[in-house]
Design a protein. Structure first.
Lengths: 344, 357
């Protein structure tokens, strides 16, 4: 066991000042590599830090798996990579590293600990290749899309990223637009949807759009109109299976009691919400209520046999209707399983 | 008969804009190709001394586009390569008015002259990815078929739309001529000197607050290669020419070791306007719009048709960084050293805390 020589070497007598020269040659060792623990292991004879015979006290004297040391090292390495621009983004602006290290951990707290989200039917989401995930939209703020993508990525065995399609309003707003792009989103338009699907990505759409998130609490879990079914033609043109998904819980996070339309028009927003807490409590009103969330993925609807009918409005409309009905029925089933919206 | 006149490569090539960086290099490369008989450079101005050396095998005609008239036909041109575009107004040379004169009126007159040239078989026109305009509803990646959703605010973008309009008219009237339109992403490279390379050479770089556009560049040498192949081979149509891949503006600034300073967008637009009226600075609304929206194009058609893949945007940008080490504020080594120092400090503090407890 290496911990024994490690302790005997890490003598308190060794002055901390010795640490600098011993460690200097390793300045440029990439700290993001998985072996920092191994190389700082004082027991290893090939350790360059030990060439001058005695190990400095500044080296971790703990047994090798020092979890905090590792966390600090990876955190610093992440920071360095960000500051020197050494990361990749794809042509849509998706920044996988930022999503994994910053955005998903925040969303994880939200969906796991705050909303106690349960996910069912993950086997209906393909492990590889394209898929079009179509969900119901709710909650005044489009938090459900983010929760869905984070939960899907964490719980799915293939750790798939959901590439969300957002309204152009999202991409008009500074900061929000860049967050949306970096987390893998893009503008909801057919060229982008088809490009992502042809690239084998999993694409998430909410065809209700603002009609879905901006509806009053009294209308909760009633699916709104599905627009022109542009998402269906994107799936048909690429022969992508459609995976309907029903999300329960989103309607209760910011229950919208009223919509001040003149104010919305003034601010050029699709609606201006009044909830039990907003705008009365100011910033506190932005805290979502801790509702219980259930997410159910439904059996995929294959479209490969309909590729030639992508421009046929009847086929498109019928398919959109089928997806809508599936989601609506699944919503009812989920609501029966969740009698108390704020239950455990 | 001039050599090469009957095979695939044209015998007589007319190149416009040879007094400038791109035109001089393209003309020199064409002149060095043994398949091509004569290369004639048209330009109202004399080339700068550093380009004059390049042009020793190029016949030069000092002519204004307004008086180009029957010249193209008289020269017996087989191919015309139109590169004389101004991307940003230059106050020393007449500002925006002169820019529009050269870009729009110049192209119109050149194409009118080319239309009357009986021997002409090939036309290559330099365009720009600015042809796609900017809009918040734009798709993330432009293919050659994408129509601009909004007319650009910037002068250069509007000029490009006009120029491509003239080429469309030319194609209708001379269907026997192979017309190639190349939509270039911004040029970058170790030696290229453009508005964008000057922008990235400053130590402190202004950006738009809350926006981190996706950018693409094309390496200057790749642009030369594509232009050369367009002349000696047959590639009718419109092509995006850009390095595959994407860099965010913030990422590019960090890779270059510069410091980005976010500025409110109306402020930047206003500053660009004021700078223009006061007569300094070459940043126009074209640049501001690019830094809000970004611009990424699909290069599949180019790669398939030309059988040539330009180096990636990241590689082209790396080449630029290597040549512009001067203004670097933060180097990667400094960052790595700082990282190590902080890590060592934390380890020391933790070790001493552990000793005490």
């Amino acid at each position: 066991m290496s911990a024994v020589p490690g302790r005997s070497n890490g003598r308190p007598e060794a002055t901390p000042g010795n640490g600098r020269p011993g460690r200097a040659p390793r300045l440029l060792v990439p700290l993001d590599a998985p072996e920092p623990e191994a190389s700082t292991d004082p027991g290893s004879s090939t350790d360059p830090g030990a060439v001058n015979g005695h190990r400095p006290a500044s080296a971790p004297a703990d047994p090798p798996p020092d979890i905090w040391d590792r966390r600090v090292a990876t955190g610093l390495a992440f920071l360095r990579r960000r500051l020197s621009g050494e990361y990749e983004v794809d042509e849509f602006g998706f920044d996988q590293e930022l999503t994994d290290q910053v955005l998903h951990p925040v969303l994880r707290l939200l969906y796991r600990d705050w909303f106690r989200t349960e996910v069912f039917g993950l086997e209906h989401v393909p492990d590889d290749g394209p898929g079009l995930v179509v969900g119901n939209h709710s909650g005044t703020v489009a938090l459900d899309a983010l929760i869905l993508s984070a939960a899907l990525h964490d719980r799915h065995p293939a750790r798939r990223y959901l590439r969300l399609l957002g309204a152009d309003l999202v991409f008009r707003m500074p900061f929000v637009s860049e967050l949306a792009r970096k987390s893998g989103g893009t503008v909801a338009c057919n060229p982008d949807a088809e490009r992502l699907l042809r690239g084998g990505e999993l694409v998430g759409v909410f065809p209700e759009g603002f009609k879905g998130i901006g509806k009053l609490y009294s209308e909760r879990y009633k699916l709104q109109r599905f627009g022109r079914g542009g998402f269906v033609s994107a799936a048909l043109r690429t022969g992508t299976p459609i995976v309907p998904v029903a999300i329960v819980g989103g309607e209760e996070i910011y229950p919208m009691l009223a919509d001040i339309k003149p104010l919305a028009r003034l601010l050029k927003l699709p609606y201006f919400p009044v909830t039990p807490t907003f705008p009365w409590l100011g910033p506190l009103g932005m805290v979502p209520l801790p509702s219980k969330w259930l997410i159910q993925f439904c059996a995929p609807i294959p479209t490969a046999h309909l590729v030639d009918s992508a421009d046929d409005p009847i086929v498109v409309f019928n398919l959109a209707d089928q997806v809508r009905e599936t989601i609506q029925q699944t919503l009812h089933q989920l609501l029966e399983r969740r009698p108390d919206p704020f239950g455990p | 008969m001039t050599p090469g006149g009957t095979s695939g490569a044209p015998g007589v090539v007319v190149v416009t804009g040879v007094s400038r960086y791109l035109g001089a290099h393209v003309a020199a490369r064409l002149a060095a190709d043994p398949r091509i008989g004569r290369v004639i450079g048209l330009d109202p101005a004399d080339p700068a001394p550093e380009f004059a050396i390049l042009l020793d095998r190029v016949e030069r005609v000092r002519v204004d586009m307004a008086s180009v008239g029957p010249l193209i036909d008289d020269l017996g041109a087989d191919a015309v390569v139109h590169l004389a575009l101004v991307t940003a107004p230059d106050q020393q040379h007449g500002g925006r008015m002169a820019m529009k004169d050269q870009n729009v009126i110049g192209t119109m007159q050149l194409l009118a002259a080319a239309q009357r040239a009986t021997r002409l078989r090939k036309l290559v026109v330099r365009s720009s990815t600015a042809a796609y305009g900017v809009s918040f509803r734009d798709p993330a990646v432009f293919t050659e078929e994408t129509e601009p959703r909004e007319v650009p605010r910037g002068g250069f973008g509007r000029d490009i739309l006009d120029i491509e309009g003239y080429v469309r008219g030319f194609r209708r009237r001379r269907p026997d001529v192979t017309a190639t339109v190349l939509r270039f992403a911004p040029f970058i490279g170790s030696t290229a000197d453009t508005t964008l390379t000057r922008y990235f050479s400053q130590p402190v770089v202004p950006t738009v607050l809350g926006r981190d556009p996706r950018l693409q560049f094309v390496h200057f040498d790749d642009a030369l290669e594509v232009l050369h192949r367009s002349v000696v081979e047959e590639h009718p149509g419109t092509y995006n020419v850009a390095g595959p891949g994407v860099l965010n503006l913030s990422q590019a600034i960090r890779r270059a070791g510069r410091i980005g300073v976010p500025v409110l967008e109306p402020g930047l637009s206003g500053a660009a306007g004021i700078a223009r009226t006061l007569g300094f600075g070459r940043y126009g609304l074209d640049q501001v719009d690019l830094f809000v929206h970004g611009r990424v194009v699909d290069t599949t058609r180019l790669i398939e048709e030309y059988g040539y893949t330009p180096r990636t945007t990241a590689a082209a940008f790396d080449d630029f960084i290597r040549a512009h080490r001067g203004g670097i504020v933060v180097t990667r080594d400094q960052l790595a050293a700082a990282e190590q120092a902080v890590l060592d400090g934390i380890r020391q503090v933790r070790a001493s805390v552990r000793e005490r407890s």
